[in-house]
Ligand binder design. Structure first.
Ligand code: NDP
Ligand SMILES: O=C(O)C1=N[C@H](C(=O)O)C[C@H](O)C1
Length: 270
């Protein structure tokens, strides 16, 4: 079987390097293009060198146009504006588009859904690790079973992260909300400061920590009157996300256009 040809967007970033290295190590895929922001220091450099590997003969560019005809998929861990623009390109050409970018607004998500409806095969997830997808399913079940317990979600990431709460924390919050048959947007509490009064029953609280080079820690707490359940996930290496993104490419290549989640990729929604 021929290898699937992948473009990595955000090649100069932390996840860009992890994605390039994971593609180079995988037998079923090959890197055919690397993109970054116009003006980025990565432009013109070899993608392999940027990822700490031997040169791969793939220079980083700021122009996707010449790459579109010779790629099957884009792996994109960048920024919301970039992911929306790439989704529109993927729709024009029917490409697989794997979106790991977090911090998207409702309008960004609507534009991404529109691109999927217009022909792109998009897998979008706040977290591409299979362990986190499994944890998300557990959180939904626990929130449903323990309907009167208070749900609080704590996350810690490195000091370069720009969005909060993390995409994963929001994904876990959505799972808890599904378990309770409520809409997260109507029940989430992301800030507590000053005289807040007692905790409002049925809300889902978020706490954000930032520091050092923490890759990604998440804890979901279900607090009852005489007990507390803590569901924890700690990422130890970005390779876990990059390998999940490749798994998503291989799965999505065989799907019709649409917007999919990692739960779809892992067969949890079958
Ligand atoms: N879903 C998941 O499993 C995971 C998601 N993430 C998410 O992935 C995203 C990237 O994370 P990370 O790699 O740590 O971040 P970095 O800042 O290290 O990398 C982002 C890259 O995208 C580039 N970029 C930013 N804006 C644009 C643009 N408009 N057009 C093209 N390229 C652009 C940046 O270029 P420059 O530096 O020049 O600005 C940089 O190379 C974040 O949203 C993060 O939350 C991260 C890990 C796992
Ligand atoms: O920015 C990061 O680093 C990460 N972002 C994702 C998120 O916002 O949840 C996934 C992971 O936690 C790392």
């Amino acid at each position: 079987m021929s290898k699937l040809r992948i473009i990595v967007a955000g090649a100069g970033g932390r996840m860009g390097a992890a994605n390039i290295a994971a593609i180079a190590a995988h037998d079923g895929v090959e890197l055919v293009g690397a993109l970054d922001r116009p003006g980025s220091a990565a432009i013109g450099k070899d993608a392999g060198t940027l990822a700490g590997l031997e040169a791969l003969g793939v220079p980083v560019s700021d122009d996707i146009a010449p790459l579109l005809g010779r790629a099957d998929a884009i792996i994109d861990f960048t920024a919301p504006a970039s992911s929306v623009a790439l989704a529109q390109r993927a729709a024009q050409t029917g490409l697989v588009h794997i979106i790991g970018t977090t911090g998207c607004s409702e309008a960004d998500d609507a534009a991404i859904a529109a691109a999927a409806a217009a022909g792109a095969r998009i897998v979008k997830s706040g977290n591409f690790s299979p362990g986190m997808v499994a944890l998300t399913a557990l959180v939904e079940k626990a929130a449903r079973a323990l309907a009167d317990y208070d749900v609080e979600i704590l996350e810690m990431h490195h000091n370069k992260k720009v969005d909060a709460p993390s995409g994963t924390a929001l994904m876990l919050g959505e799972a808890a909300a599904r378990g309770r048959d409520i809409a997260l947007k109507d029940h989430k509490v992301t800030v507590r400061d000053g005289h807040t009064g007692p905790r409002e029953a049925g809300t889902i609280g978020f706490a954000t920590l930032r520091g050092g080079n923490v890759i990604g820690d998440h804890m979901v707490i279900l607090a009852g009157q005489s007990e507390r359940i803590e569901l924890n996930h700690r990422a130890q290496d970005r390779t876990i996300y990059a390998n999940g993104a490749i798994k998503a490419v291989l799965w999505a290549a065989a799907q019709p256009p649409g917007l999919y989640s990692m739960a779809d990729v892992l067969g949890l929604n079958d």
